[in-house]
Design a binder for this molecule. Structure first.
Ligand SMILES: Nc1ncnc2c1ncn2[C@@H]1O[C@H](COP(=O)(O)OP(=O)(O)O)[C@@H](O)[C@H]1O
Ligand SMILES: [Mg+2]
Length: 276
């Protein structure tokens, strides 16, 4: 671990998780600066959710280490849990309740008094453009509204670190933009966000740094600026953490320009890589 752990929200070294024969996460090193949006970009099955679950203490790593704000996710799991929140595919909202009822209930479960819980719920519904849906059960929400109430539920108590696992997958462009605005607002309030996505443009829009992950490995990592400048030139210059993995990274895509019109996959994506 580095000496600057305090400035890092997340630091992992050689993180591994296996399911039977599958090495879902195969030696992942991450360094996520506090106070930023960090993008983990990769296709379906790359190991994004498994990584997030280990960092959120929901899965125990089989190898390597992970620290969240300097706390070991295994040995100091309670310390970690008190600082993080997770918005995943299956959030904790109750479909039969309204958005407001859900937020008030969760607020009460978090120990807030009724009045404070109601106030916070009202604030969040307003901020997330869900006030007008008051009275509507969550099961009647649109996909975009559902994603927004999920995120609202996960930031009732402002977490130090928020995991957003593919927050916009399956959403229409307008809803996607609304979620993006929410992510920007969350990070502006000081929360660190780890965002997983299959979309290069989403990572580019929101993240300061991006780790490209495939087959459980980080195959490239860099700042958004570096990646963006290179995309504009039709070439992405990827800085490899491990020069020995250059052949894998070079295999990232065919020699043609990509357009931002679909999920990112290693083979349809960037056209060239370089090691440091
Ligand atoms: N509970 C599980 N049991 C068995 N295999 C799993 C389990 N969870 C994930 N996997 C496998 O691990 C790999 C990584 O999955 P996942 O982390 O969900 O990827 P992503 O979130 O990037 O789509 C995939 O091959 C997936 O099938
Ligand atoms: Mg996933």
């Amino acid at each position: 671990m580095s000496q600057h752990t305090s400035a890092l929200a997340i630091e992992t070294a050689g993180l591994v998780k296996t399911f039977g024969e599958t090495r879902a996460v195969d030696g992942v090193d991450l360094a996520v600066p506090a106070g930023t949006v960090y993008g983990v970009l990769g296709p379906n099955g790359a190991g994004k959710t498994t990584t997030v679950k280990m960092l959120a203490t929901l899965l125990r790593p089989d190898g390597g280490e992970a620290h969240v704000f300097g706390h070991d996710v295994v040995r100091e799991a309670d310390e970690v849990r008190g600082r993080v929140s997770l918005t995943g595919q299956y959030a904790s909202v109750d479909e039969d309740l309204t958005g407001a009822e859900n937020l008030v209930l969760l607020g009460r479960l978090l120990g807030h008094h009724k009045k404070a819980a109601r106030e916070r719920a009202g604030q969040l519904l307003e901020a997330f453009g869900l006030s007008e849906a008051d009275g509507k059960q969550v099961k009647h929400y649109s996909g975009g509204m559902r994603r927004r109430i999920d995120i609202a539920a996960s930031i009732l108590n402002t977490p130090e670190l928020l995991f957003l696992d593919e927050p916009t997958t399956g959403l229409d462009p307008r809803s996607r933009n609304q979620v993006w605005d929410i992510v920007r607002a969350v990070v502006a309030q000081g929360t660190t966000v780890l965002l997983t996505t299959q979309y290069l443009d989403e990572a580019d829009q929101l993240a300061s740094r991006i780790a490209v992950i495939d087959h459980g490995r980080v195959i490239a990592e860099g700042t958004k600026g570096e990646l963006k400048a290179s995309v504009g030139a039709g070439t992405v210059h990827l800085r490899l953490r491990d020069g020995g993995r250059r052949p894998e990274a070079a295999d990232v895509g065919p020699r043609r320009r990509r357009s931002y019109d679909g999920p990112w996959t290693p083979r349809s994506s960037w056209n060239r890589t370089r090691s440091r």
